[in-house]
Design a protein around this ligand. Structure first.
Ligand SMILES: [Zn+2]
Length: 150
């Protein structure tokens, strides 16, 4: 166990994404020509190669497609256990984050999640991170147990 949790790695085109996050806005590049939302940020659209894009506000909703629970503490400021989820956002891009909130340790594949900004302290000051909280546990299978006594 050592020190501070790793901070987001920033590539050539990531700064604007993190600037929006710092303002509490979850924005991604939307292609001006075909509407495709690209993530991670890139200089051109992977679908149509257009360079034209604007930073569109996303809904901040999605579903869990995969998760893992960490039981070992690797960093002083990230106590175990904690859950990391892969989320398919409603708009399409897949993102990785922590599952936070009341049900943060009991993830379920397919569960609806909602964006929640978490502010952490870093040596350079506060940093806002996009995280996820479950809003509804699905799949709800109660509808499959119909009365078959007729
Ligand atoms: Zn495009």
């Amino acid at each position: 166990m050592s020190g501070q949790r790793p901070l987001p790695m920033r590539g050539l085109y990531d700064d604007e994404f993190w600037d929006h996050v710092a303002r509490g806005e979850y924005r991604m590049q939307r292609c001006e020509d075909c509407g495709f939302i690209r993530y991670p940020p890139a200089p051109c659209c992977p679908e149509c190669l257009s360079e034209a894009a604007h930073w569109d506000v996303l809904s901040g909703t999605g579903r869990i497609v995969s998760w893992t629970r960490f039981h070992r503490q690797y960093f002083d400021d990230l106590p175990a256990p904690y859950v990391v989820v892969s989320v398919a956002t409603t708009e399409g891009p897949m993102v990785i984050g922590n599952l936070v909130g009341a049900a943060g340790l009991e993830p379920m594949i397919g569960a609806a999640v909602e964006l929640q900004f978490e502010t952490i302290a870093t040596p350079e000051g506060e940093l806002r991170l996009p995280q996820w909280t479950m809003t509804k546990r699905i799949p709800d299978k109660t509808h499959l147990q119909e009365d078959k006594t007729e």
